[in-house]
Design a binder for this molecule. Structure first.
Ligand code: DC
Length: 686
């Protein structure tokens, strides 16, 4: 195995160089910076205090996987996300914590085991791979690195000034090289390459030259090794009952057991098919150690060939994001091994974290067929990672969509109040959640939603809106409008005993329903104009009223009390000019109220007398006086009667004067010219 460690400060070109080298040399590239970034991303998402080591418990169940240039965090591709400015600026904090470093260094060593790798970072040559075959310390001036980083960002559409980037580089250098654990430093046996004045090509060629030098040296030492998954050819040296032993190039030993052989049928004799000296081709399934020679022992498989083909089925399933049914064949606390449709050679693993079940429930799954989706396909290790929880959420999502599509505006459904906010309540309708807006709780204004509904309460609601997956609900729409309730209860002409809620200038406010009151105007109180509300009715009293009008537009009801008592004016019809005898009933500012038979009328103060100037009627007629008066106006429709004593007096005086004139006329001799002429002619003739 050949391992190359590339260390160096931020922006020295480690990633670019490592990537290119890996494809030229066909070595696996391990970007350890990306791993620190992935942990930083998860820590940021969890919202922990980055500085506090105790909050990094999540490391225990975090899965980081590298696949070529992609990095997966818990099965999700985060290759892009880890390059954000937020992750970049924060990554040095988790990277300085011992707990994070121990975890990642461990993982880095595991990944690098038994592979040709190029690993880049800060502590690869010094800590992670102290025995690396080649250690490079890639350096460049701060200015040069700042300009490279600025350009790289600009290409990615992020603009930052050179000065700002330079400052960032200086700060990161300082942080990376002064931290207590694994600071950035040049390993004793590292070769320093300053790339400030070199092209990428030049750096690559330099490193390839160094690799060749070292490989040639080790080749001369004749150490040949193989990696897991590598195809190997060797010579059969022994065939036993259940295994074939093979010698590979470089005196390496390999073995293949019958159950790793493609097409092997239980009970078959291997010796019938394989012979010593024959050629054998297989894939390295596992590398163990030969206890006697202490050299590697390669365990081969031919089933793996088949599996490599078969695993493509899972690529397709992953691509389609399809839910599949797989059988649980083994359960451990780490998760379940599954079998999918006879693809027995492929390890399908369901990590415990991808399933929402406690340990006991997890174990009870053995033998069950469960729904899963493929989240990761590892071609190297012929291993498929699946998720039960992802399948569950997919199923739930589909069920939700179906439930939503089945809903219709106008449906009346049962729900449970899930949460209450200022603007309304969220109601669970099985898988779905709808909003019961404050304005839809009641016909009247609701100020406090929590006064009306409580979390956990069962509630019947009407679907009033379905828009872009959102559901609008209403309780209001299920209850009749209070005005309609009122109209059911009250009709024009109805007579009822109403409670006086308030006395206002215009009349009485009388309660009709919880929501509405009616108005009885002053004029509707009594047929008598002098009869007033004050003194007769108090707030809280009940009073008999009749519904006179219901105005649907203004939502107003007019009431009358006097309509419920006999209309004393009904049979009254007095012509103006009629003389009637009235009784002075009450003295008022502008005149007196007078009673006449069953009704009352008004005698204005200026209609009392011409004899003298008076201020009040009782200066002439005290209350109780009966007096003749002449009717000036009588309008039963408006319950109006106006009388005058003065006009009657005037009339009388006039009549008296007329009578006097008449009498005088009859007593006085004729004095006309003819009379006088007749008289004198008479005298003349005498
Ligand atoms: O190389 P990079 O910018 O992707 O690294 C991200 C962070 O991780 C940076 O703060 C340095 C740190 N790091 C480290 O401490 N050790 C490593 N082996 C790799 C990176």
């Amino acid at each position: 195995m050949f391992k190359i460690a590339i260390d160096g400060p931020a922006g020295s070109g480690k990633s670019t160089i490592s990537k290119l080298l890996s494809s030229k040399l066909n070595f696996e590239h391990i970007d350890t910076g990306a791993m620190y970034r992935a942990i930083t991303l998860k820590a940021l998402k969890l919202g922990i205090n980055l500085e506090n080591e105790d909050e990094y418990d999540f490391l225990d169940d975090t899965i980081i996987e590298l696949d070529h240039d992609k990095i997966f965090l818990d099965g999700v591709d985060v290759s892009k996300e880890i390059r954000s400015v937020e992750v970049t600026t924060n990554a040095s904090t988790p990277a300085k914590l011992g707990r994070v470093r121990t975890c990642l260094v461990d993982l880095q060593r595991k990944i690098a085991a038994s592979k040709n790798v190029i690993m880049d970072g800060r502590d690869i040559g010094t800590v992670v791979l102290p025995n690396a075959d080649l250690k490079i310390y890639l350096d460049a001036s701060c200015e040069c690195r700042a300009e490279r980083r600025r350009l790289e960002r600009s290409l990615a559409g992020v603009e930052k000034s050179f000065e700002e980037t330079l400052q960032e580089i200086i700060v990161r250098d300082h942080k990376d090289s002064t931290r207590a654990i694994s600071p950035l430093k040049v390993a004793d046996d590292a070769i320093v390459i300053d790339s400030s004045n070199l092209t990428i090509e030049e750096v690559i060629n330099k490193i390839i030259g160094l690799v060749n030098e070292r490989v040639n040296k080790s080749m001369s030492e004749k150490v040949i090794t193989f990696t897991e998954g590598q195809e190997v050819v060797g010579t059969i040296i022994n065939v036993s009952k259940e295994a074939i032993y093979i010698e590979l190039e470089g005196e390496n030993k390999a073995v293949i057991y019958d159950n790793d052989m493609a097409g092997y049928v239980e009970g078959q004799k291997l010796r019938d098919y394989y012979f010593e000296g024959g050629e054998f081709k297989g894939l390295v399934k596992q590398i163990t150690k030969d206890n006697r020679s202490n050299k590697p022992l390669y365990i081969l498989s031919t089933k793996l060939y088949k599996a490599r083909e078969e695993i493509k089925v899972f690529d397709e399933l992953k691509e389609k994001d399809e839910i599949i049914k797989a059988k649980v064949i083994h359960v451990s606390n780490a998760g379940c091994d599954l079998l999918y449709k006879g693809h027995d050679d492929i390890k399908v693993f369901l990590p415990a974290k991808n399933i929402y079940l406690n340990e006991k429930a997890l174990h009870s799954l053995r033998g069950e067929m469960i729904d899963v989706v493929v989240t990761n396909v590892d071609h190297e290790q012929i291993k498929v990672i699946v998720s039960h929880s992802a399948a569950q959420s997919k199923i739930r999502k589909a069920a939700k969509e179906a439930a939503y599509n089945a809903l219709q505006v106008g449906d009346v459904v049962e729900g449970v109040v899930d949460s209450v906010t200022d603007f309304g309540a969220f109601v669970k309708l099985g898988e779905l959640t709808g909003l019961l807006h404050r304005s839809e709780l009641d016909h009247k204004l609701v100020r406090n939603v929590s006064d009306q509904v409580k979390v956990g309460q069962n509630i019947t609601v009407k679907v009033i809106k379905l828009e872009e997956g959102k559901i609008g609900l209403s309780v209001r729409a299920l209850t009749p409008h209070p005005w309609d309730v009122l109209k059911e209860q009250y009709h024009v002409g109805d007579v009822f005993e109403g409670t006086v809620v308030k006395i206002i200038n215009a009349g009485l406010i009388i309660k009709l329903t919880e929501e509405y009151s009616g108005l009885m105007p002053n004029v509707e109180f009594s047929w008598r104009t002098n009869e007033r509300i004050e003194g007769n009715v108090n707030e809280g009293d009940t009073i008999k009223v009749q519904v006179m009008a219901i105005d649907n537009n203004k939502k107003k009801v007019s009431l009358s009390h006097r309509a419920t008592v006999e209309n004393l004016w009904a049979n009254i019809n007095i012509k103006p000019g009629t003389v009637i005898n009235v009784e002075i009933a009450a003295i008022q500012e502008k005149g007196a109220v007078v009673n006449y038979e069953t009704i009352s009328g008004f005698l204005p103060v200026n209609e009392v007398t011409d004899a003298k100037r008076i201020g009040k009627v009782d200066e002439v007629y005290p209350v109780g006086t009966k007096v003749d008066a002449i009717v000036l106006e009588c309008d039963p429709g408006r319950a109006k009667l106006v009388v005058s004593v003065k006009k009657l007096e005037n009339q009388k005086e006039r009549a008296e004067f007329d009578r006097f004139l008449e009498k005088q006329e009859s007593e006085t001799p004729s004095t006309t010219l003819a009379d006088l002429l007749g008289e004198s002619l008479k005298k003349f003739s005498e």
